[in-house]
Design a protein around this ligand. Structure first.
Ligand code: COA
Length: 321
């Protein structure tokens, strides 16, 4: 039995902030941001929440797949910015869309979260435990950004993407390579959370994201080609056989460096980061859904999805569309 993606959907906040807008908040410029990252615009949530965008993306993916919410056995939301610490965003999405028979839970693997979700869903589907799974990546990173720190606030955006995965006879997910390295957790972290314990001192870490940008950059450029090559080798597929490499939309220069290391033309690396920024766990499913919407994906195409993020975490998934 194989696992196949049969429907995708995405949702983005209505409000967009271009680089000039950010230059009114911090000492930066459109020129610097475009040159160092490739990002021009990002969507930021005003009315929208992580849950509301996850719900919209899920509804679109289900409609596209022709699958009823009642038929979903497994509902996973990858997020680091749930609206509630508990319950999980997945349980709230379950209630909104009426996926009453699903087991619902969140995954925290930052920007690799969607790939982790696909990894888990694939294992459950292959083992015959569930037939249909809904995997969503949804974030309102704007809630945990330090809007006075120009080195991070220009990078991120909000949004959600979703995919319906189902058991199939025909080829779907061909191989995956996934990993974590907790030794490097401090490179990219959001440490703040309330502590109401009367035995503890008040105070603690800031509630926003902190990052060593250059360390993350080096880690991404080194790790992504390795896990992509592992996934290809595992399936006996060459990089030349792959139509598109969908990489986590963090930075144009990272994507270009990975393309170079893999010896593949940049045209095979679609990007939406200029319009969305880095939407963490939502980045890959939004890109996939947009390409699907634009009719760029044909049956039989081989695709690589690959990402990296806080943890540190990473992953690559080779699939046949
Ligand atoms: N506008 C203007 N100047 C900025 C700036 C901004 N938004 N952000 C940082 N700078 C400045 C720095 O203060 C520094 O100034 P200094 O030399 O006077 O100290 C200078 O630009 C260079 O900073 P540096 O950090 O060396 O830049 P960089 O080329 O490494 O680019 C990143 C910074 C963050 C764009 C880059 O490191 C990066 O993309 N890293 C990966 C981050 C990532 O993808 N994170 C998410 C992972 S899921």
């Amino acid at each position: 039995m194989n696992t196949k993606i049969i429907g995708t959907g995405y949702d983005l906040p209505a409000f967009t902030a271009d680089n000039d807008y950010l230059a009114t908040l911090v000492d930066t410029s459109d020129e610097w941001i475009v040159e160092r990252t490739g990002i021009r615009v990002r969507h930021l949530a005003k009315e929208e929440t992580t849950t509301s965008m996850a719900v919209q993306a899920a509804r679109r993916a289900l409609e596209h797949a022709g699958v009823s919410a009642e038929d979903i056995g497994l509902l996973i939301v990858a997020t680091i910015t749930g609206d509630t610490e508990t319950p999980s965003t997945a349980c709230r999405v379950q209630a909104e869309i009426g996926a009453h028979k699903a087991v619902a839970f969140d995954i925290n693997a930052a920007c690799s979260g969607f790939l982790y979700g696909v990894h888990v869903a694939d294992a459950f589907i292959r083992s015959g435990i569930y037939r249909n799974a809904l995997v969503i990546g949804a974030e309102t990173l704007s809630k945990i950004i330090d809007w006075t720190d120009r080195s991070t606030c220009v990078l991120f955006g909000d949004g959600a993407g979703a995919a319906v995965l189902c058991a199939a006879e025909e080829p779907g997910i061909l191989s995956q390579s996934i990993g974590s390295n907790g030794d490097k957790w401090e490179v990219l972290a959001c440490q703040g959370r309330p502590n109401e314990n009367p035995l503890c001192e008040k105070g603690g870490k800031p509630g926003y994201l902190t990052m060593d940008g250059q360390e993350v950059f080096k880690f991404a450029v080194k790790t992504v080609p390795v896990c992509v090559e592992e996934a290809l080798e595992d399936a006996g597929v060459t990089a030349d056989d792959v139509k598109y490499f969908l990489l986590h939309q963090a930075n144009k220069r990272i994507i270009q460096a990975v393309a170079k290391r893999l010896g593949q033309p940049e045209e095979k690396f679609p990007m939406n980061l200029d319009q969305c920024g880095n939407t963490s766990a939502a980045s890959l499913p939004i890109l996939l859904a947009q390409m699907d919407e634009q009719g760029l994906l044909q049956k039989g195409d081989k695709l690589i999805l690959s990402g990296f993020g806080a943890g540190l975490t990473w992953g690559a998934c080779l699939l046949e569309w």
